[in-house]
Design a protein around this ligand. Structure first.
Ligand code: ZN
Length: 285
């Protein structure tokens, strides 16, 4: 069997085994140069679906896998930066959608590391995206079991690094916004990895699978507005202008362009206004 056919066969075979129907958007999955964002935080994702490596002396933390097809890019990016994939000791996730969790199962196999997930999203991860309150069985990925689950406020501690899990539900029931603090020179920076507060055609009124969805969004917006943010990162690169900021950083910007509290606020404003519009329209029906 020639190589191409073999891979085509493997692809069809694995797709049917896992019932994968995640329509991988290739325009979100283009390779980009990995780079250091600040201190011990590195960008290792694709042009739009993100993945972050947080290094520590006792092994590394990896946040998000992108699509199943993003894993080879992440692997190459980690190697390019001079780190070892097998030094990843903890895998965490923003939320259980196939563009952020599609490669978690493969990354777990490759790194043999532990996967930590919020209680609510651990269930959706284990179902491989099946029975999603908004997408039904449309966006499936390889199911993956969390080794340990957490609730809001839990801290992942490794090698002197501490990441706080802020469960900010709405986009998914266990959507997790991770926060940490780093030192850049003498300056202490509060870093946020926003899960997502977007409302992609969701049913906010009378959602039988997620009746409290609208009030969850309300609480999440309130909570996220109260967060003290210096350095703004998110699960989609376009949500925080990653490529423009990376260019500025590369060109030797004096202040780290990823320090962007105004951009963070603008993101919350934009997604909250789209949430309110959707809610009003659905209530008016
Ligand atoms: Zn999502």
């Amino acid at each position: 069997m020639n190589k191409l056919f073999f891979y085509a066969f493997l692809f069809v075979f694995s797709s049917s085994v896992f019932g994968q129907t995640c329509n991988t958007d290739n325009s979100w999955n283009q390779p980009v140069e990995p780079f250091k964002i600040t201190a011990n935080i590195y960008y290792v994702g694709a042009n739009d679906v993100t993945s972050y490596l947080i290094t520590t002396a006792k092994g590394h933390i990896l946040l998000d896998s992108g699509f199943a097809e993003t894993v080879p890019l992440i692997k190459a990016n980690i190697a390019k930066l001079g780190f070892e994939l097998t030094d990843v000791k903890a895998i965490i996730n923003s939320h259980a959608h196939c563009d952020h969790a599609g490669g978690l199962a493969e990354l777990k196999r490759l790194t043999k590391s532990r996967l930590y997930a919020s209680e609510a999203d651990a269930k959706l991860l284990a179902r491989g995206g099946k029975d999603d309150p908004n997408f039904g069985n449309e966006l499936l990925f390889e199911p993956v079991t969390a080794d340990s689950t957490f609730v809001d406020g839990w801290k992942l501690k490794l090698g002197g690094v501490s990441l706080t899990a802020n469960v900010t539900p709405g986009h998914t029931k266990g959507c997790t916004t991770w926060t940490t603090a780093v030192k850049e020179g003498k300056r202490k920076l509060n870093v946020v990895f926003v899960c997502s507060t977007s409302v992609p055609g969701y049913k906010l009124v009378g959602n039988e699978k997620y009746p409290e969805i609208a009030s969850d969004y309300e609480n999440t917006f309130r909570r996220m507005r109260a967060m003290k943010v210096d350095l703004f990162l998110a699960s989609h690169a376009t949500a925080y202008g990653m490529s423009e900021k990376a260019e500025k950083l590369k060109a030797g910007a004096k202040t780290n362009p990823f320090i962007d509290p105004a951009g963070y606020k603008a993101y919350i404003d934009a997604t909250e206004s789209s949430f309110r519009k959707t809610l009003e329209m659905q209530r008016a029906k």
